[in-house]
Ligand binder design. Structure first.
Ligand code: PMP
Length: 365
């Protein structure tokens, strides 16, 4: 049986750390799920046993996010990247323009994809600041006739996060929450659509969660191909075709684990404590480490920082590897270092990282 001692301090950006308890449960149930004499991997997606899991994952998501009844939870494939395309295909009709807030690489990808489908414009961008901040709400500029406003709630690569969401009135607010969903409570009723790949805070890769309000669903373009229509999933309880059953099963276990932790309030407090120790290692280093994100925009999930030069960064990453840390290199597009402290990353790993950072600083300054 795997124990904590054989596990690394996992700061991967996604796929990322999963709760050890969940992995152990998966291991225990892998060969014979719930006395059925078969693995959940071998089971029909139409079986009653699977459907219980599928429906529990949906209802736990609704419960943890305190979703009002007019929201549907859907399970899709194709990652958040397919959402970049499905959103405009379904919700950007000719004659309308869609507004995008540019806060990093993922917002750019979402915008570029939508631009292939219809008319888009930038409602605000912090590119000039090298995406080191989230725009203030007053900076957002879009008309009341916009098809929708799209934001990226947490910018995985640059390490910035929205901490206040706009009230968009009649304009539907859509968000990519791939890297911070379920990390803190928020008012989901502001959003018409939320999507997230599971592989950071929710479970393994392979399933994408979409939360959609029924009034938006009703406005969807009816000429989209079957598998690219949200309605196909909504009408059939995400069982129109074979869903990624194992990924959904694991999401359900992670959601049960989150509930056991005390729900989003408790998880948020824990995430704040975790991020605080790492930001403290940066802020108390007299500039040895410099954080990328500006104060007020710092992410609790992805903590990005640099050292004085690329050689020192390489040396730090080498020292981290030797001390049993993984995933601390920054994204290949921006370099530097990044610690992704998603829900399942233990506080002790964050504390161990702070200690490593302080030791490395003393030895190298
Ligand atoms: N959006 C964000 C915010 C992400 O962090 C990522 C993946 N790192 C994506 C979209 C793309 O997700 P996927 O690989 O699931 O398509």
């Amino acid at each position: 049986m795997t124990t904590n001692k054989t596990r690394v301090h996992n700061f991967n950006a996604g796929p990322a750390a999963l709760p050890l308890e969940v992995l152990e449960q998966v291991q225990a149930e892998l060969i014979n799920f719930g006395g059925t004499g078969m693995s959940i991997l071998e089971m029909s997606h139409r079986s009653q046993e699977y459907e219980v899991v599928h429906n529990q994952a949906k209802s736990l998501l609704k419960e943890l996010l305190a979703l009002p009844p007019e929201y549907e939870v859907l399970f899709l494939q194709g990652g958040a990247s397919l959402q970049f395309a499905m959103i405009p295909m379904n919700f950007l009709p000719p004659g309308k323009k869609a507004a995008y807030v540019m806060t990093g690489v993922w917002s750019e990808k979402a915008y570029d994809e939508a631009a292939k489908v219809g008319e888009v414009f930038v409602a605000a961008s912090t590119k000039e600041d090298n995406y080191s901040r989230i725009p203030a709400l007053q900076e957002l500029a879009y008309g009341a006739d916009s098809a929708y406003l799209h934001i990226t709630s947490n910018n995985t690569i640059f390490g910035t996060q929205w901490n206040e969401f706009p009230d968009t009135g009649k304009v539907p607010l859509l968000a990519d929450m791939s890297s911070d969903i379920l990390s803190q409570p928020f008012d989901a009723s502001k959003f018409s659509l939320i999507y997230a790949g599971a592989q950071k805070n929710l479970g393994p890769a392979g399933v994408t969660i979409v939360i959609i309000r029924k009034d938006l669903l009703e406005q969807a373009n009816k000429n989209v191909l079957t598998m690219l229509r949200y309605n196909t999933y909504a009408k059939e309880n995400s069982l129109y075709n074979t869903p990624p059953t194992f990924s959904i099963y694991m999401v359900n276990l992670v959601l049960n684990w989150l509930k056991k932790q005390g729900g989003l309030e408790a998880v948020y407090r824990h995430n704040q404590q975790k991020a605080a120790v790492i930001y403290d290692a940066i802020d108390s280093s007299n500039g040895f480490y410099s954080g990328h994100a500006q104060n007020g925009s710092r992410s609790l999930m992805n903590i990005t920082f640099r050292l004085a030069n690329a050689d020192l960064e390489k040396k730090f990453l080498q020292a981290a590897k030797q001390a049993n840390f993984v995933g601390l290199a920054g994204h290949r597009l921006v370099g530097g270092c990044r610690a992704s402290a998603y829900n399942a990353v233990p506080y002790d790993s964050c504390l161990a990282l702070k200690e490593l950072m302080e030791k490395f600083r003393k030895e190298n300054s």
